[in-house]
Design a protein around this ligand. Structure first.
Ligand code: MG
Ligand code: MG
Length: 264
């Protein structure tokens, strides 16, 4: 991914700016969440998100990034990440991972949530729960004195003990003035391995967990990463800052889940 080698530790002021940007992502995803239902297209969701981001004084973080055409990555069912919004209506029983980035005051926010469309099967619902648990368990490891490998090991253990596959080819990352900074944050690994975590390190942690096998490939559109076995994949992402004893989560799912629980 070419993140560069240097891990940029953030000042308190920088952390607060990343928090602002990250919270705007959560609010944007909550706007989108209200519309996620059978019949809506991911292009419609993308338009709502872009307008909301700009109305709040920010720029979409993904639009134009590496040539990506839209403000949201919308990855449906067997798509893992980097799906391009399109005109296909979402259907009852689908899941859609919606990944959103914002750039505000020179700092990025980057967060993702996988939504159920209508009624999904129990096994898919379990995949989503376990993936979100993987994110929580990973964040618990993101404290001063631990290492990057501790984050991945916690995620991998939980996913694999539930029989799910952990994507290897795509990883979390540092975050700040760049959308992708060092270090890489794999969702698999060995405890005690990798760079040491220090106070003020800002990381985007984003487990990508497959219902079936872990292998993925790039779709013909050149962007969308899909599972090789065409089984469903899930993806949740938070931005955090490493602190002593407990990481500070900069992004939020609270507003998203308020909307989901209201519409259920
Ligand atoms: Mg993201
Ligand atoms: Mg990310």
């Amino acid at each position: 991914m070419g993140l560069g080698r240097r891990i940029r530790i953030k000042s308190e002021e920088e952390v607060e700016l990343i928090r602002k940007s990250s919270l705007l992502v959560g609010r944007t995803l909550a706007e989108v969440a209200a519309l996620v239902k059978p019949g809506v297209t991911t292009l419609q969701l993308d338009a709502i998100a872009e307008e909301f981001i700009r109305d709040n004084g920010a720029e979409p973080g993904f639009k134009g990034y590496g040539g990506f055409p839209n403000s949201l990555c919308t990855s449906v069912n067997h798509a893992v990440v980097h799906g391009i919004p399109n005109n296909h209506p979402l259907q009852d029983g689908d899941v859609v991972s919606i990944d959103c980035g914002t750039l505000m005051n020179g700092f990025y926010g980057d967060s993702a949530y996988t939504f159920e469309v209508g009624e999904v099967s129990p096994e898919i619902s379990k995949l989503l729960s376990v993936t979100k648990e993987c994110l929580t368990l990973s964040i618990e490891q993101a404290i001063v004195g631990k290492r990057i490998g501790d984050i991945g090991a916690a995620c991998q253990k939980h996913a694999e003990s539930n029989g799910f596959g952990v994507v290897r080819e795509l990883v979390g990352h540092g975050l700040g003035r760049e959308l992708h900074e060092a270090p890489e944050v794999p969702n698999f690994g060995r405890r005690g391995n990798g760079p040491r975590l220090v106070d003020g390190m800002v990381l985007a942690i984003e487990p990508m967990i497959n219902l079936g096998r872990r292998e993925v490939r790039t779709d013909e559109d050149g962007w969308t990463i899909v599972t090789l076995d065409s089984m469903v994949s899930a993806h949740f992402e938070h931005d955090i800052v490493v602190r002593k004893g407990k990481a500070d989560v900069l992004s939020s799912f609270l507003e998203i889940e308020r909307v989901i629980n209201k519409t259920k």
